[in-house]
Design a protein around this ligand. Sequence first.
Ligand SMILES: Nc1ncnc2c1ncn2[C@@H]1O[C@@H]2COP(=O)(O)O[C@H]2[C@H]1O
Length: 504
Amino acid sequence: MEVCYQLPVLPLDRPVPKHVLGRRGAICLTSSPVLFGGPAPRQLSKRRGAVSYDSSDQTALYIRMLDVRLKAPLYTPERVERERAEREKSKERYERTQRRQHTQFCTDFRPLQWCFGVVCAARTDAVGSEAEQPVRSVLSFQKNLHSSHLSRNHTHSTHHTLDQEYVGQAKCLLRKVGSWSFDIFLFDHLSNGKSLVDLTLHLFSEYGLIKLFQLDHLKLRQFLVMVHQGYRSQNPYHNSLHAADVTQAMYCYLQEPQLSESLTSFDILLGLLAAATHDLDHPGVNQTFLIKTSHYLASLYQDTSVLENHHWKCAVSLLRESGLLSHFPFEDRKNLEKRLGSLILATDISRQNEYLSEFRAHLDRADLHLNNSQHRHFVLQMALKCADICNPCRPWHLSKLWSHKVTEEFFNQGDIERRNHLDMSILCDRNSNSVDKIQIGFMSFVVEPLFVEWARFSDTPLSHIMLGHMASNKYKWTHLPQADLREPTQSTSSKTLPQGGLGP
Ligand SMILES: Nc1ncnc2c1ncn2[C@@H]1O[C@@H]2COP(=O)(O)O[C@H]2[C@H]1O
């Protein structure tokens, strides 16, 4: 049996032990205590990894064994039997749910199949044989789900991830989820790359949405795992970490007094769902690229909000596929799907001026009344727009990382365009653009105008903190020497541990 193993975390309330400070590298591992330097226990047939740790304030210490795999019979027969029974029970329950959903679905899953490259020609061609198609061929995401370690974690099945200490750290960090300086990169590490799943689950339970809307916990988790998997991890920027970041920002905005005092639970449910799904299956290139390469999505959505329409359709597909809201009355589901689309479509950055002018006009006339459901929806749209492009308003150490990630994605697109002799898209040519110039332009022309209006609307400490960070970040991009603006190296960036460095 192959077991994923992670190390216990050293206690947070004690000083960093001398033998840990200043050390980094491979260590030996036993099933419970951590030995630094001792011989490897005999049952370890394989070990590989490194310890990385972070102690930014000398009281907190994160320590992690990366990618360690053991071949060790750690299970007792009773435990194996108990877990087998749990697995069986969970499998039965899952299959029952899927059988029920299959009889309920009468929707067109084509966008879903396209976006994940599942070939279902038989299904679309042969209408007569549609009823005979197996569920799996239609529900493409389930295939991914079955093989996902994320979906297996909660059933404690064969690959038991001994991750409890990390989970403890992640839970600890979640207590600060409402803080604007919440470190999503660190949280992503602590949650094993599934920050979007864990964070959104946490927020759902924090708001009591699970109870209130009688959501099935298993379906919710499966839905979020599918959302996580629906993002392309190879994108430097538009991946599920960005979605987690936007969801966390959205939560901060939902907590602002104006909103928290007026939004309904349905608004909150919608706002969180929209944030988590707003960039689903982003291909890592922009709309211009899709149009000039005659991509099918461009023709499907007639060159208008191509990506946002696609994100929306993917989100709807996943909602239906998971059956998360299958117990809602039909009208409520329709309403939610429609409003979800309207929120996601608002993130089309090429329509920024439309939304901003309307927002400004409302503020000038002081006629936004949040007891009006349409006005509440409009404010949710503005909140999601802010959350989507809030990275320049984060503290420098986080903002800088996002800036490099988004620029890398732009430049990757430019490289493809160059190789294929296509016109270079704006900001995508690495030979004539630089991250600092892109940031200064983006902040001045896109971010600042939006956040100035948002501060007029909400006028809270947070809105001013965001403007403060943006001004200070812009100053840094303008004045710091190039060496300080470079992307943090592997050893100091979030790729290992994001904050505070790693020691020598
Ligand atoms: N820090 C940033 N610098 C430059 N552009 C950005 C930055 N953050 C977000 N964007 C752009 O803002 C856009 C918002 O919509 P998208 O997510 O489609 O694509 C995003 C990027 O093109």
